[in-house]
Design a protein around this ligand. Structure first.
Ligand code: TEU
Ligand code: CA
Length: 566
């Protein structure tokens, strides 16, 4: 048994609730969620029992990518409110014992940021070296892929400097040049500004991409055109993260979670081993990408998903941190479709029960759980029929790209119904009234038509709702060191219907049994739990768990073994 992962930390024990401000609650009728909207729901947030809120970017931004293109790191996006609103929000959270994680986007800025406005004027401008450039006299730049570009080209020509700037994301998101010490100092200054205000840490957007080989070679063949993996392999990434830790994190009690696109499990520890002093946690992409067709844009592979493979991924990531470091776990966020549509079953008869199953899973693994707004009530994908309904730059650009290439647009729209980011960005459904109680104006994106049946107000009144199940599960995790720190052991690995595992901590042993199918299945309990153990969680309240080892469709149960005699 190792010592390090038992070392207690608030961010290991906390449950994170992610708020996408644009879609949470609109207070002034302009159709856009805002800080006053969040403030008006503080008691709801607190009633969930969560410990930490992660707020998507709220800084001033032209919103090419909904706030991930920042034009001023020191001010609040006017659509969302003012710095005064922010202070009220931060205070309100702290009064309720909830910590606040800010989203920090420092791989790139907006092209409307003052630095870039200056940089693009001339090669001798003091800000020119804040960004990455390829001089046109050197010929065409080597291929770099862009996530949000109609032709997937990450280089954009700039007339005034006769050079191309680099943008891994949209043309309006130029990448910052981290080789420049001035840039790094500016970033640390920004972080300290927010920490000094009292925020409790950061979610670091695509932090794995910040270091680049600025000779910009052709991408070595062994990356197999896996751009994310190449981008995450910059020469000085660890040096910069260690510096950031030294200059910023070490001076505060804040936490950091990096969005580590492209990082594989075999070098995961090099980011979060506490002895190395870089990050506290990070998000990997193995699980959310599982089931998509390789080398294609977010296209589900009908035969690409097996429960065995799913278990393997989560087990592998558990084992990576068995001795050192600490994991995070999520099944949805603002970049992913709704978890119930992707991993559960959003058909009316299974939506609730499979949502509860997924919540049971998230809250019973050994990693800090991140729950995305709306998943606590089992919201489902909206599944737009037309490209006109999409607001997300990723979907819109990809559509344009496929159109240009004469590709199959119908097929693209079908796959987007399953995978598009906007599925998770529709407004939170507060009640069955006009616009789901989100706004009294015209919402910036359509509201899911199921709002009359899937909303907070109705679920508040129903003891067996997804919402109240979530609250009970949160309570259970908070009271159970075994669920937080206990060892994880996979049971019945080969079972393609049931995901089962034990969690063990000192004298306490729990088993989590999850039927991931829409069928009644028989499950052989391991000897320890055969015909005994207390049911401490069950998403079928009427049916009960009858000890005959029959699991109802999407049934989730947690059993506690009678205390071990020593
Ligand atoms: O996402 C980074 C990222 O690479 C992806 O997950 C991306 O969202 C996309 O789905 C890839 O196909 C982060 C943010 O979470 C995302 O919202 C931003 O759009 C992006 O960075 C750029 O800042
Ligand atoms: Ca508003």
């Amino acid at each position: 048994m190792s010592i390090e992962h038992r070392q207690k930390k608030w961010w290991k024990e906390g449950i994170v609730y992610q708020i996408y401000p644009r879609s949470f609650k609109d207070s002034n009728g302009d159709g856009i969620g805002d800080l006053q909207g969040i403030i008006s729901k503080l008691d709801y947030i607190s009633s969930l029992g969560i410990d930490i809120v992660w707020l998507n970017p709220i800084y001033t931004s032209p919103n090419d990518d909904n706030g991930y293109d920042i034009s001023d790191y020191y001010s609040i996006m006017p659509e969302f409110g003012t710095m005064q609103d922010f202070d009220v929000l931060l205070n309100g959270l702290h009064q309720r014992n909830i910590k606040l994680l800010m989203d920090m986007v420092v791989n790139h800025t907006s092209d409307e940021h003052f630095w870039f406005q200056e940089a693009r004027k001339s090669r001798t401008n003091p800000y020119y070296n804040y960004y990455h450039w390829w001089p046109a006299e050197n010929g065409a730049p080597p291929k770099r892929f862009s996530f949000f570009d109609e032709v997937s080209n990450a280089w954009k020509f700039n007339e005034a400097t006769n050079s191309y700037y680099l943008h891994y994301f949209s043309v309006k998101q130029p990448d910052l040049n981290w080789e420049n010490t001035e840039v790094r100092q500016e970033v640390y200054k920004i972080m300290k500004f927010w920490l000094d205000k009292g925020v409790d840490g950061f979610r670091l957007d695509v932090i794995s991409f910040i270091s680049k080989d600025i000779s910009f070679p052709e991408i070595p063949i062994h990356y197999n055109n896996d751009f994310s993996r190449y981008y995450a392999d910059g020469p000085y990434l660890h040096k910069y993260l260690q510096e950031m830790n030294r200059e910023v994190f070490s001076k505060y009690d804040g936490m950091s979670v990096g969005e580590c696109v492209g990082v594989q499990s075999d070098n995961a520890l090099s980011f979060v081993d506490a002895d190395i002093k870089e990050l506290d946690m990070f998000f990997h992409f193995d699980s959310v990408n599982y089931g998509y067709t390789k080398n294609e844009f977010k296209r589900p592979d009908k035969n690409g998903w097996k429960l065995g493979g799913f278990k393997e991924i989560f087990t592998k990531w558990n084992d990576v941190f068995a001795e050192k470091g600490w994991g995070s776990i999520y099944l949805g966020n603002h970049d992913q479709p709704r978890m119930v549509s992707r991993w559960g079953n959003d058909a009316p008869e299974y939506r609730e029960v499979s949502s509860k199953l997924l919540l049971t899973f998230l809250l019973s693994m050994r990693a800090t759980p991140y729950i995305y707004q709306g998943d606590e009530i089992g919201m489902a994908n909206i599944k737009f029929d037309s490209i006109d309904d999409y607001r997300d730059i990723e979907s819109i650009n990809m559509y344009a790209q496929i159109k240009k290439q004469g590709g199959d647009l119908k097929e693209f729209l079908e796959s987007q119904k399953i995978t598009a980011r906007d599925n998770a960005r529709t407004p939170l459904q507060w009640n069955a009234e006009l616009n789901a109680g989100f706004t009294r104006g015209v919402p910036w994106i359509k509201i899911n038509a199921d709002a009359p049946y899937v909303n907070v107000a109705d679920q508040e009144k129903d003891e067996n709702s997804v919402l109240n199940y979530f609250r009970r599960m949160v309570l259970l995790r908070n009271q159970s060191p075994a669920l937080i720190y206990g060892d994880y052991e996979l049971i019945d690995k080969e079972n393609e219907q049931v995901y089962a595992y034990t969690r063990m901590w000192n004298n306490e042993k729990l088993i989590v049994v999850l039927n991931f199918t829409n069928e009644v299945v028989q499950f052989s309990m391991p000897a320890d739990f055969l015909h005994r153990g207390t049911i401490i969680m069950n998403n079928y309240n009427q049916v009960g768990f009858n000890y005959h080892n029959i699991l109802e469709p999407y049934q989730a149960v947690i059993l506690q073994k009678p205390a071990i005699n020593i």
